[in-house]
Design a protein around this ligand. Structure first.
Ligand SMILES: C[S@@+](CC[C@H](N)C(=O)[O-])C[C@H]1O[C@@H](n2cnc3c(N)ncnc32)[C@H](O)[C@@H]1O
Length: 266
């Protein structure tokens, strides 16, 4: 079954109908492609403890139970529900924005890897009306007021042109929360995420207005040297941040490049 974490984007012309609002906040690990069963004594112990705490856990695998418990106890999941955000990821962008002052009223924003739409919502609340938010993901997502959503693989050859046409000019922010499904193999996962960040940077360098901002998800240890070199050359300020909403046990972090210098000869 195709799902939000399957390893391949949908074939062209074949649209997914995943309920993303649900998968972001409510789906269980099996549906997200996580299939590990308890293997250690500690896991078994945790499973026994959890049966008392997560009452509906009968018949559910430990991985699902642990994930459900984490969701139920996660303050960002609760906040996202209360504040109407489609994902807890929204709080990562909120924190980056609070720290670096990125989303200005009237700004033109491209959100790469937008589903289920948390970042686009945050951007929309800050830059609209007057600005522009275009979100793209190869997964389907429900419409968002004032935001232009595009269901398409960002890596498709024609995508940059499609996005440029929608932009109809330059962008102030290109932000990428794109993530390929993790393989569990550290180097492979690192290479995949850097490759997505590099593709996002190719696009950003093409469309950003001078002074523009690029944000991308990378893995801990910071950005790959080649990516970082490019960022330092083409932006006046480059920072790394791990927002509180980024889970402590995840190697994910974000690179934020501000002050686009307006062009590259690479
Ligand atoms: C962590 S999620 C984004 C969450 C989002 N920022 C939010 O706040 O709701 C990563 C997204 O990147 C998307 N993605 C990964 N590779 C992509 C690609 N090549 N083209 C388009 N979307 C991609 C995935 O489908 C997934 O929805």
């Amino acid at each position: 079954m195709a799902d939000r974490f399957s390893s391949k984007p949908p074939k062209k012309g074949k649209k997914r109908r995943t309920n993303l609002a649900k998968t972001a906040l409510g789906a269980e690990p099996e549906k997200r492609g996580l299939k590990k069963s308890p293997t250690t004594d500690a896991d078994q112990r945790a499973a026994r403890e959890l049966t008392a705490k997560v009452k509906t856990a009968r018949g559910r695998k430990l991985s699902s139970t642990l994930w459900l418990k984490r969701q139920l106890n996660d303050p960002f999941v609760a906040r996202a529900k209360a504040e109407g955000y489609r994902s807890r990821a929204a709080y990562k962008l909120i924190e980056l924005d609070e720290k670096y002052g990125l989303l200005k009223p009237g700004a033109r924003v491209v959100d790469l890897g937008a589903a289920p739409g948390g970042w686009s919502q945050v951007a929309g609340r800050k830059v609209l009306p007057g600005g522009l938010v275009i979100g793209i993901d190869y997964l389907d997502m429900p419409a968002l007021d004032g935001v232009e959503l595009l269901q398409k693989d960002f890596l498709d050859e024609d995508t940059p042109d499609v996005l440029k046409e929608k932009l109809g000019g330059q962008a102030d922010i290109v932000m990428s929360d794109m993530a390929a499904p993790t393989t569990g193999h550290k180097n492979t996962d690192h290479m995949r995420i850097i490759s997505l960040a590099e593709s996002a940077l190719d696009f950003a360098e093409d469309v950003l207005a001078p002074g523009g901002v690029y944000i991308a998800k990378v893995l801990q240890g910071g950005s790959e040297k080649s990516l970082l070199d490019r960022l330092k050359k083409n932006f006046s300020k480059v920072s790394h941040a791990k927002p509180k909403a980024s889970r402590a046990d995840s190697a994910e972090m974000y690179v934020v490049a501000q002050g686009f210098r307006g062009g590259s000869d690479d």
